[in-house]
Design a protein around this ligand. Structure first.
Ligand SMILES: Cc1cc2nc3c(=O)[nH]c(=O)nc-3n(C[C@H](O)[C@H](O)[C@H](O)COP(=O)(O)O)c2cc1C
Length: 354
C-alpha cells in the first residue's frame, strides 16, 4: 500500500494544514494508515523510566490531542504514543488560521493554544482501550482561563492516571500566555510540590505511573540547572526536551517564518539537541531524558540518543513524510547502530557526551 499512502500524504500537503491534520487522523482511525511492527528490531528495544519500549521512537504530544487514535498510531510502528495536551475543561484554542507549514524549511509554526475536548472525553477514550497493548502516555496542561493552573495539572493527573502508561505535565507551550512562567524556580517548586502530593494518593489508589515534565528549548544554563535539580528533588521520572521554540533561526526561508507561535521541525533540531545536552550534563545520569525536536530520520534520532536521550519523539516530520516514517526511521536507526558497533540503544545513550 506504499503508493496510496505516499500519494495521500502529498495530497494532504496541498490542503490547509489544520484540515489536513483532521483528515489524516480520520484516516488513521478508519484503519487506512501504514502498518509496521514496532518490535521488528531486537537491537532497538529500549527502557525508559521503567517502561519497556519495543523501540525508542515515540509520537510527540499534539498530534493526537484527544486520544482519538493511539492504537492506529502505535500500529504505524511507534514505540510509544503521547496523547494530549488535554486540559480539564474543553477549550477552542486560538483563532484560525493558527497552524502554518514552512515547507521549504521542513518546519511548522503553530499557535493552536491547547484546543481540545477536555479531560473527561480524553479519559473515557483511554478507558475504552484498557487492556490493549502499547505504551500510551497522557500529556496534561492548564486551561487558558484557569485561576489556579497547578490545580489544573492535578485535576488532569487525577482523570488520566488509571489508564495512562505515563503522565506528562506540559509547562512549555508558548501559546497559552504565562504558561512557560511555570518553569521558573518558585512557580515550579509550587507546581511540583502539589503534583507530588497528588501522585502519592493516585499511586496508592491505582498504582505507579512514571511522571514526566516537558520543557521549552528557550532556557538559559541557570534555568536548565534549576529545573534539573527540582526534577530530582520532586522525584520526577524523566524530562522531555523539548517543546517548540519562540526563536526564529536565521536560516528560515519560508514566507510563513514571521508567523507568531512555536516553531518545530528541522530548524529546531540543533537548538533542542543543545538544550538536551545541557540537561544530560546537569543530570549526569540521575534522570532519563526524552529528546524531541527536528527528528526526521535515523541519523537525527541517533544524534538525540548520543546527546543523552533514552528515547525520542517526533511530530513535524510526520507532516511532511506521512505515516510510513516510523518504519523508515527504525530501519535506518537499526543499521546505524550496527554500523557503529552498538548492540543496544542503552549502549548508545549519552555516547556523545563521554
Ligand atoms: C501542530 C503542533 C501541535 C503541538 N501541540 C502540542 C501539545 O499539545 N502539547 C505538547 O506538549 N507539545 C505540542 N507540540 C510540540 C511537539 O510535541 C514537539 O515537542 C515539537 O513539535 C518538537 O518536535 P518536532 O520538531 O518533531 O515537531 C505541538 C507541535 C506541533 C507542530
Amino acid at each position: 500500500m506504499s503508493l496510496p499512502h505516499n500519494a495521500a500524504t502529498r495530497v494532504l500537503r496541498l490542503i490547509e494544514p489544520e484540515s489536513a491534520h483532521h483528515i489524516a487522523l480520520w484516516g488513521l482511525r478508519a484503519g487506512l494508515g501504514t502498518r509496521a511492527r514496532a518490535d521488528k528490531y531486537p537491537r532497538l528495544k529500549a527502557s525508559l523510566a521503567g517502561l519497556d519500549l519495543p523501540n525508542p521512537i515515540g509520537l510527540a504530544a499534539g498530534f493526537d490531542k484527544n486520544a482519538a487514535a493511539p492504537d492506529a498510531l502505535l500500529a504505524a510502528g511507534f514505540g510509544f504514543v503521547e496523547c494530549g495536551t488535554v486540559t480539564p475543561l474543553p477549550q477552542p484554542g486560538n483563532d484560525k488560521p493558527r497552524l502554518f507549514r514552512l515547507s521549504e524549511d521542513r518546519a511548522v509554526i503553530n499557535r493552536l493554544g491547547f484546543n481540545n475536548e477536555g479531560v473527561v472525553a480524553f479519559a473515557d477514550r483511554l478507558a475504552a482501550r484498557a487492556g490493549k497493548p502499547g505504551i500510551v502516555g497522557a500529556n496534561v496542561g492548564a486551561n487558558k482561563e484557569s485561576a489556579d493552573r497547578p490545580a489544573d495539572y492535578v485535576r488532569g493527573m487525577g482523570q488520566v492516571w488509571k489508564h495512562a502508561s505515563y503522565v506528562t505535565a506540559n509547562i512549555s507551550s508558548p501559546n497559552t500566555p504565562g504558561l512557560r512562567g511555570l518553569q521558573e524556580r518558585g512557580a515550579l517548586e509550587d507546581l511540583l510540590g502539589r503534583m507530588r502530593e497528588a501522585r502519592a494518593l493516585l499511586t496508592a489508589a491505582h498504582g505507579h505511573r512514571p511522571l514526566f515534565l516537558k520543557v521549552a528549548p528557550d532556557l538559559d544554563d541557570a534555568a536548565v540547572r534549576d529545573i534539573a535539580e527540582l526534577a530530582i528533588a520532586y522525584e520526577l521520572d524523566a524530562l522531555i526536551v523539548s517543546n517548540t521554540t519562540l526563536q526564529r533561526p536565521p536560516q528560515l526561508t519560508s514566507d510563513n517564518g514571521e508567523e507568531a507561535g512555536g516553531l518545530s521541525g528541522q530548524p529546531l533540531f540543533q537548538l533542542s539537541t543543545q538544550i538536551l545536552r545541557l540537561f544530560a550534563q546537569a543530570l549526569n545520569g540521575r534522570l532519563p531524558l526524552i529528546g524531541v525536536g527536528g527528528v526526521d530520520n535515523g541519523l537525527t534520532a541517533l544524534a538525540k540518543i548520543k546527546a543523552g536521550a533514552s528515547a525520542v519523539q517526533l511530530y513535524t516530520s510526520m507532516v511532511f513524510a506521512g505515516p510510513s516514517l516510523p518504519a523508515q526511521i527504525l530501519s535506518e536507526l537499526d543499521a546505524l547502530l550496527a554500523a557503529e558497533g552498538f548492540d543496544s540503544i542503552a549502549e548508545a545513550v549519552g555516547a556523545g557526551l563521554r
